[in-house]
Design a protein around this ligand. Structure first.
Ligand SMILES: [Mn+2]
Length: 329
């Protein structure tokens, strides 16, 4: 969003989309994270306040850690949508493009109108209406603006929801997107009775037994480049199977190599099949890991990126580490 004026006109557009229609389908991206879960529930909460009929859905089950979010138990999977008529009015939250919500588009009416509510800089404005604020740290922040704009009073349920989205998308108010505005909103949410300790513990700190088991296995594989500026760990298919770790359980494991003092680039090699590895790349101060990932057909952000590389494990490691080594020069 370039200016306050265009943000206001998008807010007005979103308000009209909601007020003038009914029977909405509210969706978010595959593998939902804290912001996706929070903004889905926040949109449901808002529609409920306005007396609208709606169905919330996602391709994947909502992470169990977010079970305290208002209405999350009502988020349906694709198969649960078969009993409804195709949806004429869809609201997507936290999706940068039309493909992020997976096959949920199979339940859209062919003339369906879509309201796209998001904060990603890469958002393609794929909706028939778009409320995209790229200055917002989270879609939860965009939802806060919309709820305010529509003059709906906050309660503890929605405050917990929005706080969760802000907290998770800012990495616990630590990332660069932790703006004065984010902390102002967080302050308002706290004044509605949100417990910061409780939400931080559930949303950020609690780890699953599978996560710990996987961490144990992968730390055994910790290796360094001669310079000690690149460090990596491996999540082998065998360890993934033995520990039962899901993608969610692997979350954050790549922070271990990059958090070691003196290390600039941290890598996680997750084995997808015999000769295919998903590589997560993280950096601290100067290496643009999205450029390194792009060399292998991947992408992402300057400090966090990913790519998939085919080959024998040792050859894959050698190729990626050598690309990182060049980026260090
Ligand atoms: Mn987000």
């Amino acid at each position: 969003m370039e200016s306050t004026q265009s943000l206001n006109s998008s807010l007005e557009e979103a308000k009209r989309f909601i007020e003038l229609n009914d029977d909405f389908l509210v969706i978010s991206h595959i593998n939902p994270d804290g912001d996706a879960a929070s903004s889905t529930c926040a949109m449901g909460w808002l529609l409920n306040k306005l007396g609208k009929r709606y169905v919330m859905a996602n391709m994947d089950t909502m992470p169990t850690r977010f079970s305290y979010l208002t209405g999350i138990e009502n988020v349906q999977l694709l198969q649960g949508l078969q009993k409804y008529e195709p949806f004429n009015h869809v609201i997507s939250v936290d999706c940068a493009d039309f493909y992020r919500f997976g096959e949920l588009n199979t339940v859209f009416h062919e003339q369906a109108k879509l309201l796209n509510v998001d904060h990603h800089a890469t958002n393609s404005h794929f909706g028939s209406s778009n409320l995209v604020d790229v200055t917002a740290a989270a879609t939860a922040q965009v939802m806060y603006s919309l709820i305010n704009y529509m003059n709906i009073e906050l309660d503890l349920d929605i405050a917990k929801c929005l706080y969760t989205g802000l907290l998770t998308d800012t990495g616990g108010f630590r990332y660069q997107n932790t703006t004065p505005k984010v902390l102002e909103i967080a302050s308002v949410l706290l004044s509605h009775g949100v417990s910061p300790t409780e939400i931080a513990r559930i949303a950020l700190e609690t780890i699953t037994p599978s996560h710990v088991a996987m961490l144990q296995c992968s730390l055994n594989t910790l290796s360094f480049h001669d310079s000690k500026k690149i460090a990596w760990i491996i999540a082998s298919a065998n360890d993934l199977m033995l520990t039962g770790a899901t993608a969610d359980d692997l979350d954050g494991i790549v922070r271990y190599p990059v958090n070691i003092s003196g290390v600039e680039v941290g890598l996680l090699f997750k084995q997808l099949s015999e000769r295919s590895f998903k590589v997560s790349l993280r950096s601290n101060d100067f290496v643009n890991v999205s450029q390194v990932a792009a060399l292998f057909g991947g992408g992402g952000h300057i400090r966090a990126a990913g790519c998939t590389v085919e080959g024998d494990l040792h050859e894959v490691i050698a190729r990626v580490v050598s690309a990182c080594e060049k980026a260090l020069l």
